[in-house]
Write a protein that binds this ligand. Structure first.
Ligand SMILES: NC(=O)C1=CN([C@@H]2O[C@H](COP(=O)(O)OP(=O)(O)OC[C@H]3O[C@@H](n4cnc5c(N)ncnc54)[C@H](OP(=O)(O)O)[C@@H]3O)[C@@H](O)[C@H]2O)C=CC1
Ligand SMILES: Nc1nc(=O)c2c([nH]1)NC[C@@H]1CN(c3ccc(C(=O)N[C@@H](CCC(=O)O)C(=O)O)cc3)C=[N+]21
Ligand SMILES: [Mg+2]
Length: 284
């Protein structure tokens, strides 16, 4: 017995193919080409890697990527002015400001400055509020991507007990809402949760988004559970591992995402989906 692997890399490749076809069709119909502005401030090396991957994805599907690489010394006013310019640019349909931003920048103010119609990260309070209210809107890429991964399993979400570990604005909270909207019974755990093991043992669906290597021992997993490991932890030898102790969890889970090759590729593919959706909403 062993878990079936949820192949995020392959699922993401399929999504990119579908998007590429849609872009080709838009081109032949003389419709606008989706334009994504990718804004990177400073020299965080992990951010630089992610941004490079996002730009490569755009190129592959035929989107127009507009790169803005700004120095660490960029001021709040300068970044605000760039967001205003991108909001007003009809060739731009999506705006991604890579996080984290340098400490002297008020990131929340920047997020709130982005036109919600171009907020392909789904971080603007208007889009988060629409998710809360089950109204259509741009949905955060990582949790939305996890829902796509779950569709590629035989997990029955209705009435299932879903346990989310982590309550960040970009992963844990919107993840819990996505699962609630799919009619799971949802528990959210965080650093003050008592008896984490007892909560994990109840999970038909477990989503770990903590950011600590092998934080969840494999033998905590409920037999047959679907395990989604969002964590990305770089080891000293350069390898990436998740938040769940993979070898042990693979013995017990029914389905499981690998790290790398699980959630990460879906986050990027969902960014492309959101940008195409924003384009259709803005331009038809
Ligand atoms: N695959 C992908 O596409 C993405 C992966 N990531 C990865 O996911 C992970 C989480 O990211 P992010 O949400 O931004 O991280 P944050 O650091 O913002 O949030 C971590 C969460 O884990 C909780 N936590 C910390 N310690 C414990 C503990 N001992 N027990 C239970 N909960 C705990 C924190 O609780 P509290 O709130 O109480 O402090 C917090 O809610 C990281 O590894 C990140 O790299 C992130 C985004 C996308
Ligand atoms: N405005 C903003 N939006 C984000 O969506 C955002 C962000 N800021 N800041 C950082 C986090 C992190 N994140 C990831 C995206 C892809 C992978 C990914 O593709 N991972 C690959 C491998 C990565 C590698 O090889 O380094 C994988 O897991 O297989 C990981 C992490 C998006 N984030
Ligand atoms: Mg979808």
């Amino acid at each position: 017995m062993g878990a079936q692997i949820i192949d995020g890399k392959a699922i993401a490749a399929g999504i990119r193919d579908t998007i590429q076809t849609a872009v080709t069709e838009r081109r032949s119909n003389n419709q606008s080409i989706p334009g994504l502005a990718v804004v990177l401030v400073g020299d965080n090396s992990a951010s630089a890697v992610y941004v490079r991957m996002k730009r490569r994805d755009c190129e592959q599907v035929g989107f127009a990527a507009q790169d803005h690489d700004l120095p660490t010394s960029t001021t709040q006013d300068e970044l605000t002015a760039l967001v205003d310019e991108l909001n007003a640019d009809p060739a731009i349909h999506g705006i991604l400001v890579q996080l984290p931003l340098p400490d002297h920048i008020d990131a929340q103010a920047i997020i709130e400055r982005i036109d919600p119609a171009k907020d392909v990260d789904g971080f603007h309070p208007q889009n988060v509020g629409r998710l809360v209210l089950r109204l259509p809107g741009l949905r955060s890429c990582t949790p939305h991507g996890v829902m796509t991964l779950l569709e590629h399993t035989d997990t029955d979400l209705v009435g299932a007990h879903a346990v989310v570990i982590g309550q960040s604005n970009i992963v844990g909270r919107p993840m819990a809402l996505e699962l609630l909207n799919a009619r799971c019974t949802v528990t959210v755990c965080h650093s003050r949760t008592r008896d984490l093991q007892d909560q994990v043992a109840q999970a038909d669906v477990l989503v770990a988004a903590v950011g600590r290597t092998a934080f969840i021992p494999g033998d905590w997993i409920k037999p047959g559970a679907t395990v989604i490991d969002v964590g990305i932890n770089r080891q000293e030898d350069g390898r990436l591992v998740g938040d769940v102790e993979a070898d042990g969890a693979m013995q017990r889970a029914g389905w499981m995402t690998p790290v790398p090759g699980g959630v990460g590729p879906l986050t990027r593919a969902t960014l492309l989906e959101n940008t195409l959706e924003a384009t259709r909403q803005l331009d038809g």
